[in-house]
Structure formats: C-alpha cells, structure tokens
Design a protein around this ligand. Structure first.
Ligand code: FES
Ligand code: FES
Length: 157
C-alpha cells in the first residue's frame, strides 16, 4: 500500500525584508524551513528542544527559538535572521570583545541581544544577565559575551 503524500500548506511571511512564500508540512519547524528551503543557515540547530538558543531569530522584533515554532505559525509575520542584520552594533561588539570561540552559538546570542535592544533599549546589567540566560555557549565564552552586550547598552558620549 502506498501512503498518500503529506498535505502541504502555503505560508507567506517576510524574511529579512523580503516577501517569501514556502510550502510546508504541518509539523515542519521554522528552523528547518529557514535552513533547508530558504538557504539561511546562520540559525543553528543545537538541542532542537528549546534549551540552547542557537536557533534564535526575531519574529516581529522579538527573539524566538525557531526550533520551537512551527513554520505554519509564521504566516504573516516578519522574520529576521542573522543574515538580515546590517551593520549591527551587537555584531561589532562581539568582534571587539572576541565574544566567541567556535562561534556556533554566536548567531543565537546576537539575535537574542537584538531582541533585547527592541524590548528594553536601556537594559541594565541585571536585565541583560537574565535575558541572556536563554542561550548556552558550550565554549563558555560567557564573560566576553557579557562584556560585549553590556557595551552595546552603555551610552556613548
Ligand atoms: S536548537 Fe533551538 S533552542 Fe537549541
Ligand atoms: S563559542 Fe562555541 S559554543 Fe559558544
């Protein structure tokens, strides 16, 4: 007996400022669609369970772990991946403070920090510390990451 092909659903959304239309199965996760259909491999699969934050992107400006979001839920949303950042002060700060070793976690940390800028433009040290708890760095570059993110939120004279 041959099984029928799975039903496919069209999903229209904006990705990094461009309108995109994808066709997905009901259970497809956004992380896979971004990487496999749209070729945006900056968002990384880590735990694929919502724990590590390597897959973090912005959905309507706020950080979301794309391994936990179904692609069909992205209908009508504005998505930003690490590829969509242009001249981001967060990226510059990560480079300045060398806030990475292997770099696998870096896109997730940067996108989470971009979300923090949107949600709390004047975040204090405690807010930064708590916000970054949703990301894990297996190379343990936490100190440098904290320095970089704090720098982003330090008013420049
Ligand atoms: S891969 Fe999404 S949280 Fe780890
Ligand atoms: S720099 Fe390697 S996991 Fe964070």
């Amino acid at each position: 007996m041959t099984l029928p092909p799975p039903a496919m659903y069209p999903v229209a959304c904006e990705v990094n400022g461009e309108k995109r239309l994808v066709r997905v199965r009901a259970a497809d996760i956004l992380l896979s669609t971004l990487r496999d259909q749209l070729g945006l491999t900056g968002s990384k699969p880590g735990c694929e369970n919502g724990d590590c934050g390597a897959c973090t992107i912005l959905v309507d400006g706020l950080p979301v772990k794309s391994c936990l979001m179904l692609t069909v839920e992205a209908e009508g949303k504005q998505l930003t991946t690490i590829e969509g950042l242009k001249n981001s002060p967060v990226q510059h700060a990560f480079v300045r403070y060398q806030a990475f070793q292997c770099g696998y976690c870096t896109p997730g940390f940067i996108m989470n920090c971009e979300g923090l800028r949107n949600a709390h433009p004047h975040a204090d040290e405690e807010t930064i510390r708590v916000w970054l708890e949703s990301n894990i760095c297996r190379c343990t570059s936490y100190e440098e990451i904290q320095h970089a993110v704090r720098d982003v939120f330090t008013p420049k004279t």
